[in-house]
Design a protein around this ligand. Structure first.
Ligand SMILES: Cc1cc2nc3c(=O)[nH]c(=O)nc-3n(C[C@H](O)[C@H](O)[C@H](O)COP(=O)(O)OP(=O)(O)OC[C@H]3O[C@@H](n4cnc5c(N)ncnc54)[C@H](O)[C@@H]3O)c2cc1C
Length: 280
């Protein structure tokens, strides 16, 4: 049995995936921690590794038909340097890990890891990101909300790779991302909040709201967002208690080693309130 395979290109990677049960590894910053067994011991991989972090086809960022196409193997540090990437995604990436980890970790790894604390996810849910999943013989496009089914669970086929993330090439004029942890840098997320809005002549023309780490999946409600499109900003001020009350039942955090459910709930709603005040 091979322990690992480093394909020359994406085609070879997909052929290997079709022929062998395998674990794709991009930056390895999630996998190596999850499979670590302790000093001096090999990580506990039960299938051969398929190295994909070097594949050029997965490392490209381009604009096509009004959308931004981001290769799944694009590094977090590359997202920060690229002029096309929207500011609200960059705000989240800046708060992820450390510069050395961001030089290894990929956006595709963050998505496939499917953690409710994944920092790129609130933005990707808020913009209805589409994912391209490829195998040797097929290609499918899936909404991110359908790809991630539960914490650490996704619908990736045994012969597939995530190759691209497609997001609209749209900028919002209010961008807000806050992650609350034990400390400022390199912190594990207790709760995360993303808010984006477009304000034109004191009218809210678009608004997107997403919460991380407060439910099994990222929390977003298009129904609530739609209610406030077209509202004058001065009315948002008086609507704040009503908006908080609408989101409160959607926030269903758990107690774990990082935080308590009660703290997560309180801080998430406070972040929402802070964002809403910025619109007024
Ligand atoms: C010290 C440290 C700090 C961290 N801080 C943060 C943080 O602040 N915020 C945060 O969100 N995360 C954080 N992480 C987690 C991690 O760095 C990110 O989730 C990162 O984006 C994972 O990318 P990767 O390329 O390293 O993934 P990998 O570890 O290579 O892979 C992760 C998972 O995705 C699968 N996978 C990867 N790429 C593909 C693909 N193209 N197609 C199919 N499957 C694929 C792998 O099989 C694996 O299951 C941290 C990790 C460490 C070690």
């Amino acid at each position: 049995m091979v322990d690992g395979f480093r394909p020359a290109d994406l085609q070879e990677a997909l052929e290997f995936r079709a022929q062998h049960p395998s674990i794709p590894i991009a930056g390895g910053t999630d996998l190596m921690v999850q499979k670590a067994r302790g000093f001096g011991l090999k990580p506990d991989f039960n299938k051969p590794l398929l190295f994909i972090g070097h594949l050029r086809k997965l490392r490209q960022i381009s604009v096509r038909d009004g959308n931004i196409h981001i290769g799944a193997g694009v590094l977090l540090s590359e997202l920060l340097k690229n002029g096309i990437i929207p500011e609200s995604l960059k705000m989240a990436v800046r708060q992820m890990a450390s510069p050395p980890s961001r030089n290894l970790a990929t956006i595709g790894g963050n998505i496939c890891n499917a953690s409710p604390a994944g920092d790129t996810l609130p933005h990707l849910y808020a913009v209805d990101a589409k994912l391209i999943l490829k195998s040797v013989s097929s290609e499918r496009i899936v909404h991110i909300g359908e790809f991630i089914t539960d914490p650490k669970q996704n619908t990736l086929g045994h012969d597939e790779l995530l190759t691209k993330i497609i997001i609209p090439n749209k900028l919002f004029n209010v961008n807000y991302y806050r992650k609350v942890g034990q400390r400022k840098g390199m912190s594990l997320t207790k709760a995360a909040f993303l808010g984006m809005a477009d304000i034109e002549r004191d009218i809210v023309t678009d608004i997107r709201i997403a919460f991380g780490s407060v439910a099994p999946k990222i929390v977003r409600s298009q129904e609530i967002e739609k209610t406030y499109i077209g509202k004058p900003t001065f009315e948002m001020n008086t609507a704040i208690p009503e908006i908080l009350a609408k989101y409160a039942p959607l926030i269903r955090p758990i107690d774990d080693a990082r935080s308590t459910a009660a703290y997560r709930e309180k801080v998430s709603l406070r972040l929402l309130e802070d964002f809403l005040w910025k619109l007024c």
